[in-house]
Write a protein that binds this ligand. Structure first.
Ligand code: IPE
Ligand code: IPE
Ligand code: MG
Length: 248
């Protein structure tokens, strides 16, 4: 039985988030420049988007560039931005053909004009797609997002649109960049690091976490299937007891 056949199609995660880590180490292990690892990382991403679409997963969120990644050497930052533009130039047609809708979360105002406009163009071109929602986190970090949300909420209070006593966590969620997107059910991190690195801290409150030693350029469809199979073996209790889950 292949790994794909082991996936139960009635228990698929509707939202998978991925911290695509390990490009630099993958390249270094081959005596190559880190940038080469980032280029290979794009191929892995293409495979995983295809796998997610084939499985009819509704939402796939990928961490492409964090707020903290702005602190990397200038050459690496500009190479990553170049790869982003190149990939969008090359793949926008494929996204449209496959009914995939692109969305971005993060502080896109910090992006250079060419990167931002290319990203916005693809977002607009795919806005009518009804298949996979591909959400790319670009210049994103959770603390940035939560701080921005708190600022907007504070100004709504100042303007008299709401009062502090009425605010629930559901209200707060509407101020996040992920407004309207269900929380991730499964979060995957590659490269063996056991941390979240400022990604979707609010949204992963009840996500199942999956860590693998595989470096991102080596993360294949089969590895993706393994993560989903592992997810399907878990009991998600959301604070309840196992017995309560059986009662329904
Ligand atoms: C992930 O790979 C890609 C980005 C953070 C942009 P890294 O570049 O972090 O690779 P490692 O972790 O140094 O191996
Ligand atoms: C997280 O990876 C960010 C992305 C994958 C885009 P990092 O490589 O930047 O995270 P740390 O520094 O290992 O925590
Ligand atoms: Mg890394």
């Amino acid at each position: 039985m292949s790994l794909l056949e082991k996936i139960k199609t009635d228990r698929l995660p509707s939202h998978i988030a991925i911290i695509m880590d390990g490009n630099g180490r993958w390249a270094r292990q081959r005596g190559m420049d880190r940038i080469f690892g980032h280029q290979q990382g794009v191929n892995a991403l293409r495979e995983i988007i295809e796998a997610a679409a084939e499985l009819s997963i509704k939402y796939l969120t990928v961490y492409a560039f964090s707020t903290e990644n702005w602190g990397r050497p200038d050459e690496e930052v500009s190479a990553l931005m170049g790869i982003m533009v190149q990939s969008l130039n090359k793949e926008t047609g494929t996204l449209m053909k496959n009914n995939i809708r692109l969305k971005a979360i993060g502080d896109t105002d910090r992006l250079a004009e060419d990167v931002r406009s290319r990203l916005m163009e693809t977002i607009n071109l795919t806005a009518g797609a009804t298949g996979l929602n591909l959400i790319v986190a670009m210049s994103y970090s959770s603390r940035w997002e939560i701080t921005e949300a708190a600022k907007k909420l504070a100004s709504d209070i100042v303007e008299g649109k709401t009062v502090p006593d009425n605010i629930t966590d559901h209200d707060f969620e509407k101020y996040l960049t992920t407004r309207g997107i269900p929380d991730p059910d499964l979060m995957i991190r590659t490269s063996g690091e056991l941390r979240i690195s400022n990604f979707l801290l609010w949204q992963i409150a009840y996500a199942e976490l999956y860590f693998t030693e595989k470096l991102w350029p080596d993360f294949s469809k089969e590895e993706f299937y393994k993560a989903i199979i592992d997810f399907q073996k878990r009991e998600r209790r959301f604070g309840k007891t196992s017995e309560q889950l059986l009662e329904k």
